[in-house]
Write a protein that binds this ligand. Structure first.
Ligand SMILES: NC(=O)c1ccc[n+]([C@@H]2O[C@H](COP(=O)([O-])OP(=O)(O)OC[C@H]3O[C@@H](n4cnc5c(N)ncnc54)[C@H](O)[C@@H]3O)[C@@H](O)[C@H]2O)c1
Length: 257
């Protein structure tokens, strides 16, 4: 089933990253216009290549932990496109990889700032826009690390569990106003982020860690950014019209094992 997104406006944070770019590409291919937020330092080339129609891609530089800057980007989206029909609240970082006793406290705070405060600010800034329209779909990026523990990743695990909590809180608070809020929980995806986690877990032996992780997944492989994008596009679409407050794995069966 292919869900049309013709005429829909989709805002995406972390849009220059692997999953953000894949989601923007898929949603644009289904007819959506994309407002793409990422850090000024991010590389937007893949995004521009995927969506060459300048009228359907608005690139905005903002840090999701900066309420004023993030707010200005949301306002610019509404000014340019007139609405936000779907919001992929996706920016996130993996942070350090270390056991709890040696986990750097500043690194812990930074992960919570981006992955929790950043997601909160996304909800805070976009919900009023959707509430005015009486409709909208928000998809928060959690992770399998939002459902289960993982050694060496205490900050990431805690932050992604918090994203599930924010998802449920927002879904309960705003479902009655026509705003659906769900989260996605991807397993390991072939990406820079997983390569960083693999290298952090065993410096110099990232490939072995990758293959070890993959062997534990029922489908015996990592997922692709495009496979995550497929779930995002479904939740963004009208076909998901009664889906609210849920957590959806896209993990090759990892959390079923
Ligand atoms: N890659 C995976 O295996 C995986 C698995 C589960 C969940 N996730 C989650 O999916 C999301 C996207 O992951 P990805 O693999 O595309 O990672 P990525 O690093 O490729 O992309 C993340 C993007 O977020 C941006 N970003 C980081 N901090 C920001 C900030 N403060 N303000 C604005 N933008 C910021 C980065 O510049 C980057 O472009 C993350 O929330 C991640 O935790 C990823």
């Amino acid at each position: 089933m292919t869900q049309t997104m013709t005429g829909k406006i989709v805002l995406i944070t972390g849009a220059a990253g692997a999953i953000g770019t894949a989601a923007a590409t898929l949603l644009a291919s289904r007819g959506a216009s994309i407002a793409a937020i990422d850090m000024a330092s991010a590389d937007f080339r893949a995004l521009h290549k995927a969506i060459p129609d300048a009228k359907r891609l608005l690139v905005l530089h903002a840090d999701v932990t900066d309420e004023a800057g993030f707010g200005a980007a949301v306002a610019q989206t509404v000014k340019t496109f007139g609405a936000i029909d779907a919001f992929f609240n996706n920016a996130g970082i993996e942070g350090p990889v270390a056991p709890i006793p040696s986990f750097p406290t500043e690194g812990f705070r930074k992960v919570m700032e981006v992955n929790v405060v950043g997601i909160f600010l996304g909800l805070k800034l976009v919900i009023p826009v959707m509430a005015k329209a009486g409709q909208g779909s928000i998809i928060n990026s959690s992770s399998v690390a939002g459902l289960t523990g993982s050694s060496g990743l205490c900050a990431y695990v805690a932050s992604k569990h918090a994203v599930l909590g924010l998802t449920r809180a927002a879904a309960v608070e705003w479902g009655g106003k026509g705003i659906r809020v769900n989260c996605i929980n991807p397993g390991p995806i072939e990406s820079r982020m997983m390569a960083s986690i693999e290298e952090g877990a065993s410096p110099g032996a990232g490939k072995a860690v990758h293959d070890g992780f993959a062997a534990t997944i029922p489908m015996k492989r990592y997922g692709t950014p495009a496979e995550v994008a497929g779930l995002v596009a479904f939740l963004a679409s009208d076909d998901a019209g009664y889906i609210n407050g849920g957590a959806y794995t896209v993990d090759g069966g990892m959390t079923a094992a």
